[in-house]
Design a binder for this molecule. Structure first.
Ligand code: HAM
Length: 418
C-alpha cells in the first residue's frame, strides 16, 4: 500500500473538491439557464456499445472485463453512446427538441499528463430532434455561458468551429475511400503543432490540397457559417473562429464540429462536440438529428489555476457553537435547532476547553462563533464574527414547547455585528 491512488486517478481532498464544486455549479447553472434537463446513466455498459460506436481511439483506451455473468462490459469512456441509447429507447415520451445534460465520471486508459487523467468528470449537453444550425449555436452559447460564470471570456478561450461533412466531401474528391477515411481523419486530428515538413510526411499526396483547404478556413461551408451566425445572435460571436484543422477523433460526427481551446494554445482541448445525426438510428432508434458537446473538469481546472481564478472558500459550517463545560446541554439544543431552521451549525464533539473550541471554529472556516458561556444562565449568549473579531451579545429564551428563541435571529446577525 502506497497511500496513493492508481496512476491517472485522483483523490479530491476538501480543497480540491471545493474547486471541483465551483466548476459543477457553473455547469449546472449554465444548463439551467439554457433549459437543459439533467439525466444520468450507468457507469458500466456492454463493451459492444463502444466498439461499435465510438471509434478506434477510445476503444483502445477502454477499461473492460468480463463480469461474473460472463458478459463483456466496459467502464464508460464517454457519455454519448449511453445518451443515444437512452434517447433511442424512450424518445417518444419526450417533446423535441430533447435538451438534456449530465456530469458523468468517465474512464479512459490514457497516458497521464497535464490535464489528462484516467478518469475525469465531463459535462455533457446534448440536443436531439433539431436539424438546423440553431442546435449547434445553442450548444456553443451554453458552453460560453458556463465559461462566463467561471470568470473566463473570449480573451481566455476560443471556440474553434469546423465541418466534418466538408471534410467528407473533400476526402471523397481526393480519392480517399471509406476504409481509409478514419485513419486520415485521425492523422488530421493530430496535426496540431506539426511543422510543414511533418505534415507532408504524414499526409503524403493529400498534403498540398489540405494546406490549400486550411487557407480557405471553411468560408465555403454553408453549415459552418450558419452556426457562426447563430452564435453571433446569441451574443458570443467574438468567442468563435473557423478552424478546419478541428476534425474530432470520434467516429460518429457527421456535420459541424467544434472544440474549445485556451487562447494561449498551451493546453489540450477544454471541450469538444458536434453533430452526430446517424448515431440514434445505428442504436436501433429512429433517425433523429443530434448534436452535443463534452467539457472536462481537468483542463478547465488547469485553466482556472493559470488565470488565478480561485475556487470557493473552503469552509465547514457557518455557525460554530462554543460552550462552557456546564452549558453543553443548551449548546446541543442550539445546534439541533439551528440545523432544523436551515442553518449550518457545528461544535466540538470532544471536551475541548473554551480557547481550543474557538481555535477549532476558526480552523474549520466558520463565519460565526455562538458563545454559550456562564451568562447563558441569565439569558445571554455571545456572538463573534471570527474574521473581523467583532463581538456582540444575544438574548435567548425557551418557549413553552421547548423551542429556543434567539434575539436577534441568525438572519439578522450580519446587521447587528457589521
Ligand atoms: P472528447 O473530445 O473525447 O468528446 O472529450 C470532451 C472533453 O473531455 C475534452 O475536450 C477534455 O476536456 C475532456 N477529456 C477527454 N478525455 C479526458 C481525459 N483522459 N482526461 C481529462 N479530460 C478529458 C467526447 O467525449 C464526446 N462524447 C463529447 C460529445 C458529447 N459529443 C457529442 N456529445
Amino acid at each position: 500500500m502506497t497511500g496513493q491512488p492508481l496512476p491517472g486517478f485522483r483523490d479530491f481532498f476538501p480543497p480540491e473538491h471545493s474547486a471541483l464544486r465551483v466548476i459543477f455549479q457553473a455547469w449546472r447553472e449554465a444548463s439551467r439557464r439554457s433549459g437543459f434537463m439533467e439525466y444520468e446513466g450507468p457507469e458500466l455498459e456492454s463493451l459492444e456499445l463502444y466498439t461499435e460506436k465510438s471509434g478506434e481511439e477510445i476503444v483502445g483506451q477502454l477499461y473492460h472485463f468480463k463480469d461474473k455473468g460472463d458478459r463483456e462490459v466496459a467502464l464508460r469512456p464517454e457519455m454519448t453512446p449511453t445518451f443515444a441509447r437512452m434517447v433511442a429507447s424512450q424518445h417518444r415520451n419526450y417533446r423535441k427538441p430533447i435538451k438534456w445534460f449530465s456530469i458523468p465520471r468517465l474512464f479512459r486508459y490514457e497516458r497521464p499528463q497535464r490535464g489528462r487523467h484516467r478518469e475525469h468528470y465531463q459535462w455533457n449537453c446534448d440536443m436531439v430532434g433539431e436539424k438546423s444550425a440553431a442546435a449547434e449555436a445553442e450548444l456553443i452559447g451554453t458552453l460560453c455561458q458556463a465559461f462566463g460564470l467561471l470568470g473566463l471570456g473570449p480573451k481566455d478561450v476560443v471556440v474553434k468551429i469546423s465541418d466534418r461533412s466538408w471534410w467528407d466531401t473533400f476526402l471523397a474528391k481526393h480519392g480517399v475511400d471509406e476504409q481509409e477515411k478514419p485513419g486520415v481523419l485521425r492523422t488530421l486530428d493530430r496535426l496540431e503543432g506539426a511543422t510543414a515538413e511533418q505534415r507532408k510526411e504524414k499526409l503524403g499526396r493529400l498534403a498540398g490540397p489540405v494546406e490549400e483547404a486550411w487557407q480557405g478556413q471553411g468560408a465555403d461551408s454553408e453549415g459552418l457559417m450558419a452556426v457562426r451566425r447563430g452564435v453571433e445572435q446569441l451574443g458570443y460571436g467574438d468567442w468563435c473562429e473557423n478552424d478546419l484543422r478541428v476534425v474530432r477523433g470520434l467516429a460518429y460526427y457527421t456535420g459541424v464540429v467544434f472544440e474549445v481551446h485556451d487562447r494561449a494554445g498551451k493546453l489540450r482541448a477544454v471541450a469538444g462536440g458536434g453533430r452526430y445525426d446517424g448515431l440514434l438510428k445505428k442504436l436501433g432508434g429512429e433517425d433523429l438529428p443530434a448534436t452535443g458537446f463534452g467539457m472536462g473538469d481537468a483542463v478547465l481546472a488547469e485553466l482556472l489555476r493559470e488565470k488565478n481564478i480561485a475556487g470557493e472558500k473552503l469552509s465547514g459550517a457557518d455557525i460554530f457553537v462554543v460552550a462552557e463545560a456546564g452549558e453543553r446541554e443548551l449548546a446541543l439544543g442550539l445546534v439541533g435547532q439551528l440545523r432544523r431552521g436551515g442553518f449550518s451549525a457545528d461544535y466540538d464533539p470532544g471536551t475541548g476547553k473554551w480557547g481550543k473550541q474557538l481555535e477549532l471554529a476558526e480552523a474549520k472556516g466558520a463565519r460565526w462563533a455562538l458563545l454559550v458561556g456562564r451568562e447563558a444562565g441569565e439569558g445571554r449568549l455571545g456572538l463573534k464574527e471570527l474574521a473581523s473579531r467583532k463581538q456582540t451579545e444575544l438574548k435567548w429564551r425557551k418557549e413553552a414547547g421547548g423551542n429556543i428563541i434567539l434575539e436577534p435571529a441568525p438572519g439578522e446577525w450580519a446587521k447587528v455585528v457589521g
